[in-house]
Design a protein around this ligand. Structure first.
Ligand SMILES: [Cu+2]
Length: 317
């Protein structure tokens, strides 16, 4: 089977400028789309670099074999397009990213990356070889951004992506991101954009980071089955609290929700989650299970004579 996709990665470079409201086309996503194919499929990708762009682009598919993952055969200048076909011989979740000579990291941290998921023909399996299924799939593409600031600490904007190159490179070289976001921006997956599920449903979470390490954590839940390195031929790990996605890879986790509520799904470097943006929400409907958790007594005054003085370990001042 041939899976055909058209990728418009290039235009996302303007997002680097962070102030380009004209870019509203639905294809211009950051990260690029999750492409789902099956083991043995031929994946045919048309990479379009619109005339209005100013940079060359290409795609390195980590799932592909040879030619810089396709990067050597997909180099297109503005006004050009190219068609690449590669065979999906390995199963799992794999990053793809732009990689033009001389500006690879700049393009990657500008959002030009995504994930291919190659599903095994005979399905996902647990350690014992029993089938694993999911009801919903969510893709979270994490991105570290390095947006230059002016002398007053205000984020700078530029007329063209090229003009931002030198300043952005200077910020990048310090390795301190100004933003760490899921799916392109702060709030892309929170509030009214929250991911949804029902109690009893199993959710597959594919999480990629094309440049930098991250450590997903579902607050109040777990990773029931986690392919931390994202490669389905390896048995999934069980019952993880936090998992590790190496920069330049994508991982996959399955979780069956057992309680309703709002769950935060974060990068458990909590500074990156809370201060820099790497937070998402799951909104889960269903019945609360008191056996799993119950507030036995609501908060109230400490009863007299029950001072914590007897137990220094719980004494607080
Ligand atoms: Cu590019």
């Amino acid at each position: 089977m041939i899976t055909r996709r058209t990728a418009l990665l290039g235009a996302a470079v303007a997002a680097l400028v962070a102030t380009a409201p004209a870019l509203a086309a639905e294809d211009l996503t950051m990260p690029g789309p999750l492409m789902v194919v099956h083991e043995g499929d031929y994946v045919e990708v048309t990479l379009v670099n619109p005339e209005t762009n100013t940079m060359p682009h290409n795609i390195d598919f980590h799932a592909a074999t040879g030619g810089l993952g396709g990067g050597a055969l997909t180099h297109v200048n503005p006004g050009e397009q190219v068609v690449l076909r590669w065979k999906a011989t390995r199963t799992g979740t794999f990053v793809y990213h732009c990689a033009p000579d001389g500006m690879i990291p700049w393009h990657v941290v500008s959002g030009m990356h995504g994930t291919v998921m190659v599903l095994p023909r005979d399905g996902l399996k647990n350690r014992e070889g029993k089938p694993l299924r999911y009801d919903r799939l969510y893709y979270i593409g994490e991105n570290d951004l390095y947006v230059p600031k002016d002398a007053n600490g205000k984020y700078k904007s530029y007329e063209t992506p090229g003009e931002a190159f030198a300043d952005t490179t200077e910020v990048m070289r310090k390795l301190i991101p100004t933003h760490v976001v899921f799916n392109g921006k702060v709030g892309a997956l929170t509030g009214k954009n929250a991911m949804t599920a029902k109690v009893g449903e199993t959710v597959m979470i594919v999480h990629s980071q094309a440049n930098r390490d991250t450590r997903p954590h579902l607050i109040g839940g777990h990773g029931d089955y986690v392919w931390e390195t994202g490669k389905f031929i390896n048995p999934p790990q069980k019952d993880l609290e936090t998992w590790f996605i190496r920069g330049g890879s994508a991982g996959a986790a399955l979780y069956t929700f057992r309680q309703p509520g709002i769950y935060a799904y974060v990068n458990h470097n909590l500074i990156e989650a809370v201060e820099l943006g790497a937070s998402a929400h799951f909104k889960v409907e269903g019945e609360w299970n008191n056996d799993l958790m119950k507030q036995v007594k609501p908060p109230g005054p400490i009863p007299p004579g029950k001072s914590s003085a007897a137990d220094p370990a719980v004494q607080t001042r």
